[in-house]
Design a protein around this ligand. Structure first.
Ligand code: ADP
Ligand code: MG
Length: 651
């Protein structure tokens, strides 16, 4: 009887092995860029076409390979990086498995052109879907160029799993970004279909690279810190709490320069932020962890994105301590941002990530007309609530203080100490308030249809930022910008859903020149933009004509900046490295609408008179503040009379 068991043919073995390493074009990009880094390149150029499926080309100026080495490089288990098992624990290179080139050669049309510095001529060698081709001498610059065409073309079943071109491109650029974060001295460039996506010239430090690569150039946006503990070196670049998001994809963890996914380390990072980070949120952060190579096993995942530590607890503690110490010194706390302090958080807005902090916290002073317009415009948007009768006390003569009568006491937060549980809000003469009652009743009544906000007695405006109100038995402070933004957001969302967003044509189209990355997003999202009220027309190259804008933003200047911010939001739905978040999830549209809302409303610092303040309060009823997204900035805080009396020592 012939045995049923047989040895597989080598080409099939290679294809099976390739399945582990080559999941999508981004895997090819990652492996080839790692090879270029291992070859000591100072400049690495990545080009993709057709999302990388049609072509990935990597050009480096590294050490290069001799013709013999080129022939060996595409063999399975061929590597110059390790020789013995012990070497696995003294790695100085990204690669070591000797698998990538063989795997890629099995499922693509591969061409390698390479010239070591000392050689006179280069050598070009091709492998066609696993079948060795010709090798010949060619003129070539020093270094290596690797071209991978028609990836997975002999694997139709796997080809089907590839996503839209833009998504695959985004995965590739995310792969380059992760490596660029680890190698600041290397010049990285990336192009997609001839359009530049990335150009990161050499940077002196990890922090500088992180700031430029992640587009957070100010120290307050990305705070750097470094320290060592039990032999674990931690270098952290930490984003401010308002930049945190619901997925962990912007929490970059690197172990010995290797991007890794690790729940334990992620947890340590989040715990390091502690109190100041909303639950369920992950910070924008890059954390570099250096441990002796004997302390970490990198050979636990075919794509090398997981590692195992010999003493995980020590690494965990080091990360948590270093991050928490860094957070305590971070400029965003020194600035006295109360926004993320837990006991003050009551209800909140969808995250306004990307809205410049300056604007979020202390927006510019706007003209009266501008405020009126903003209020009028959002009043015209369809209200999500049913029409309601005026509430009790709403039309009656409401006592309101003369403007300015409450202006003297400044309200602001003392710098929050790390891990401190108490809210550090000081009223007037610095009396600390340590606990603020949660507004359960407000929401209960609003949800039941009884107007709560409209029934408040409006006392005046504090610091041109907060509305001071009285309800039965309590003091209520409302953040005017947060409240208005929240209302505008709800209405925009409603209007967007029912396709009732009104647009206004511009008298003269506004020409906008976008950076190429955003131009690609704009091109792909023209229909989405139209749905939001932005009529945008591609004008060739990176130029676009803006012909109509949403009515709510007709006065928002400069409109280009709003558009750019929205494109940034939309860019994230190309699925940047997103294992967790599905591209195009509702989250992205909410961010986009939140950005629009933020630009359409009154700001902190705008003077609101009684009429305007009451208009705002009234519009707040009917918005279910509990409905979704319990993150971000609080809208109001309340203090019961009992609490006030206790503080004055009356009880
Ligand atoms: P590994 O990186 O794990 O060694 P690869 O299959 O990725 O395995 O590469 C095989 C070998 O080919 C490497 O060990 C290296 O010697 C050589 N090589 C690959 N890419 C380059 C490059 N860009 N420059 C110089 N040598 C390279
Ligand atoms: Mg390699």
């Amino acid at each position: 009887m012939t045995p049923r068991i047989h040895i597989l043919p080598p080409t099939l073995i290679d294809q099976i092995a390739a399945g582990e390493v080559v999941e999508r074009p981004a895997s090819v990009v990652k492996e080839l860029v790692e090879n270029a880094l291992d070859a000591g390149a100072g400049q690495i150029q990545v080009e993709v076409e057709g999302g990388g499926q049609r072509l990935v080309r990597i050009v480096d100026d590294g050490g290069g390979m001799s013709p013999e080495e080129v022939l060996l490089a595409v063999q399975r288990h061929a590597t110059s990086k390790i020789a013995t098992a012990e070497d696995l624990f003294r790695l100085r290179t990204m690669g070591f498995r000797g698998e990538a080139l063989a795997a890629i050669a099995a499922v693509s049309r591969l061409a390698i052109t390479s010239r070591p510095a000392e050689a006179l001529a280069g050598y070009r060698y091709t492998v066609d879907l696993g079948v060795p081709g010709e090798g010949r001498e060619v003129g070539a610059p020093r270094g290596t160029t690797i071209e991978v065409r028609d990836l997975l073309t002999n694997q139709p079943a796997r080809l089907k799993f590839l996503k839209a071109e833009a998504t695959e491109t985004a995965h590739s650029s995310e792969a380059v970004l992760r490596l660029a974060l680890a190698y600041p001295a290397v010049h990285f460039r990336m192009k997609s279909n001839g359009r530049s996506l990335l150009d990161l010239p050499p940077h002196a430090t990890l922090l500088e690279r992180a700031r430029v690569a992640l587009g957070r150039k100010l120290p307050a946006q990305l705070h750097g810190a470094a320290g060592e503990e039990s032999g674990v070196q931690v270098t952290a670049c930490l984003g401010a709490p308002p930049e945190a998001s619901t997925t962990s994809r912007a929490s970059y963890l690197l172990v010995n320069r290797r991007f890794v996914r690790d729940r334990g380390l992620l947890h340590a990072l989040v715990m390091g932020y502690g109190e100041i980070l909303e639950r369920g949120r992950y910070p924008l952060a890059v954390v570099h962890i250096e441990v002796p190579s004997t302390e970490v096993d990198v050979n636990v995942h075919p794509q090398k994105i997981e590692v195992r530590f010999a003493r995980p607890q020590i690494v965990y503690d080091a990360v948590r301590h270093q991050v928490s110490q860094a957070c305590a010194r971070a400029p965003w706390l020194m600035a006295g941002a109360t926004s993320s302090h837990k006991p003050l958080r009551v209800y909140s807005l969808p995250p306004t990530v990307g809205v410049p902090a300056r604007e979020r916290e202390y927006g510019g002073y706007a003209s009266r007309e501008r405020i009126d317009e903003a209020l009028a415009l959002f009043a015209r948007l369809p209200s999500p609530s049913r029409d309601r009768e005026p509430g009790p006390g709403e039309s009656a003569g409401v006592t309101s203080a003369a403007p300015g009568s409450l202006a003297a006491p400044a309200i602001g937060a003392a710098p929050a100490s790390h891990g401190g549980g108490a809210a550090a809000l000081s009223l007037a003469q610095g009396t600390p308030v340590s606990s603020i009652a949660p507004p359960s009743r407000a929401f209960a009544s609003a949800a039941e249809g009884e107007p709560f906000f409209a029934s408040l007695v409006y006392l005046g405006q504090l610091h041109r930022t907060y509305l001071v109100c009285q309800a039965s038995g309590e003091l209520v402070l409302i953040d005017q910008h947060a409240a208005h933004e929240r209302v505008a957001f709800e209405r925009l969302r409603q209007a967007h859903r029912s396709r009732q967003l009104r647009t206004q044509r511009l008298l003269f189209p506004c020409m906008i020149e976008l950076e190429s990355r955003l131009a690609a997003v704009a091109e792909a999202e023209l229909a989405t933009l139209a749905g939001l009220g932005f009529e945008v027309e591609a004008f060739g190259g990176n130029s676009f004509a803006l012909k109509a804008v949403p009515e709510t933003l007709a006065e928002a200047a400069p409109i280009e900046e709003v558009l750019v911010e929205m494109l940034e939001r939309l860019a994230s739905r190309s699925g940047l490295g997103a294992e967790e978040a599905a591209p195009g999830g509702p989250d992205v549209m909410e961010h986009v609408l939140a950005t629009m809302a933020c630009h359409s409303v009154v700001r902190a610092g705008d003077v609101l008179d009684v009429t305007r303040a009451r208009a705002l309060l009234e519009s707040m009823d009917g918005i279910d503040f509990r409905a979704h997204c319990p993150h971000g900035r609080p809208v109001l805080l309340r203090m019961s009379l009992g609490e006030i009396e206790r503080r004055f020592g009356r009880t």
